[in-house]
Design a protein around this ligand. Structure first.
Ligand SMILES: Nc1ncnc2c1ncn2[C@@H]1O[C@H](COP(=O)(O)OP(=O)(O)OP(=O)(O)O)[C@@H](O)[C@H]1O
Ligand SMILES: Nc1ncnc2c1ncn2[C@@H]1O[C@H](COP(=O)(O)OP(=O)(O)OP(=O)(O)O)[C@@H](O)[C@H]1O
Ligand SMILES: [Mg+2]
Ligand SMILES: [Mg+2]
Lengths: 255, 255
């Protein structure tokens, strides 16, 4: 039975997709069977793993709206134990399509997670930079939330709204939802700004903050342009080491 | 009669808010009367200019939904000629509230722009990282679109969807909408990745690309945590020089 983890932060560009792809890939390298679900219409997790969607094949959109057989929407990747349910820009219309539906927050849970959960060790959901219905669906379908966080003011500012939303989902839609952890991304420990933000975030999240941080490393954006996780693109790069170390800490916590 | 410019790119974290605040501030320093409208529920443009919204005062949300007198929602800032219509997180609900309304794409244009346009030289709209109804409203209300762009793969990938949306708005909602310019942000000219993306973007946008780029500069995120535009926070910083030079190029184009 898989643990389901939603990677979420409504602040844009904080490293949600980069973290979802690379933790999932590192776990699959540690022989875990992992599914990554792209719940963002930008479909960056899909292209970041070089998943090519044929026009006729189902994606997350078909699983949600047309109740397709989910197993047809699962694609393999270049990593042996890593699978993806891809997205396309069709997903952008889903929030309006679901607005007037009964139990609109449970579509990801009922149409996807409940059907595949037995087949994997871990399931990750990459979410868009918003707190709309797609992200609510992802939070409702997850056991826990992993929050990537840039150590800058706008990212810090958004945390209280994110926590309000998580609390609401926890009260009304998913009683067991908890914070998996907070990850500092694009981290530069030399600046005052970073140290100020870190001390603020520590007050909020304390032990939930991963000891491993992910400093800025050019190999990470490079790897996405080659459609590969960092450990396939350049196993010796600092970016690969950062995510491998983080994944060890992640595994130690869930054990 | 103001020129109305929408700062937009659905990719998260590419420098929309930083660009909107700093171009608006530089123009106001050049004695132009400027209004910045925060159309993003994250309300980063509002806090980035240290605009404190009293609970009882109207914001963009009240102007759109309750047809408040817009002039009550206009706040002054620390820059003499710069004014702001702020946002709060209340704005997050607007997309669902507008979905079933008549002429839902024209709310920003009819309830705000048409009422204040005579009072300013320039009006800028900061938008959220999405192509939802708020961004469509902002595009419909604008003369042109300024597109901040990070030179990385995911940002490049999103351009075709952004252009599709702009084309649709241009065909159906706003016949005169055009591309004001494309601005390279957090620019690092030393990497291969940047040079690859730049050559791709040049094929798409050609002359529309500003010659001035905005390299990464720590004073920019620092200035946002002090609630000041860069020219007030540190006029001698590289960040200030980059935006002052860009603004000169912007003015030369609109002349
Ligand atoms: N540690 C890092 N070092 C350098 N670049 C990074 C790092 N992490 C992410 N990036 C780059 O920063 C950009 C933003 O990251 P990413 O797209 O993963 O964020 P996101 O939160 O998923 O964005 P969005 O809000 O648009 O979904 C990408 O171009 C990515 O390649
Ligand atoms: N040239 C720059 N150098 C260094 N940091 C920058 C630069 N431009 C923006 N930043 C920082 O990068 C982060 C993202 O920028 P910003 O919030 O302006 O992007 P955005 O596109 O408005 O994000 P969102 O998609 O969430 O609205 C912010 O923390 C900002 O302070
Ligand atoms: Mg992403
Ligand atoms: Mg912004």
């Amino acid at each position: 039975m898989a643990r389901v983890i939603c990677v979420s932060n409504q602040k844009g560009g904080v490293g949600k997709t980069t973290t979802a792809i690379n933790i999932a890939a590192c776990l699959s390298a540690y022989e875990k069977k992992v599914l990554l679900i792209d719940a963002d219409p930008q479909a960056n997790a899909t292209s970041g793993l070089n998943v090519i969607v044929e026009k006729s094949n189902p994606t997350i959109y078909e699983c949600l709206i047309k109740d397709y057989d989910v197993s047809n929407a699962v694609y393999s990747t270049q990593m042996e134990n890593l699978y993806v349910i891809p997205a396309t820009s069709d997903l952008a219309g889903i929030e309006i399509e679901l607005v007037n539906m009964e139990a609109r927050e449970y579509y990801i849970k009922r149409n996807i997670i409940d059907k595949v959960r037995e087949d994997y060790d871990y399931i990750f959901l990459d979410t868009p930079p918003s707190l709309g219905l797609l992200t609510i669906n992802a939070l409702t379908a997850s056991d826990s939330v992993l929050i990537p966080m840039q150590c800058e003011y706008y990212s810090l500012e958004g945390v209280s709204r994110l926590m309000q939303t998580i609390k609401l989902v926890n009260q009304r839609l998913n009683k067991t939802l908890y914070i998996e952890g907070v990850l500092f991304t694009m981290f530069d420990g030399r600046t005052n700004l970073t140290n100020q933000v870190v001390s603020e975030v520590k007050k909020y999240f304390g032990q939930k903050i991963y000891k491993n941080v992910i400093p800025r490393n050019i190999k990470l954006p490079e790897s996405s342009s080659f459609g590969k996780p960092i450990i396939l693109y350049d196993i010796n790069s600092k970016g690969a080491i950062y995510y491998l170390e983080l994944t060890k800490e992640f595994l130690a916590r869930v054990a």
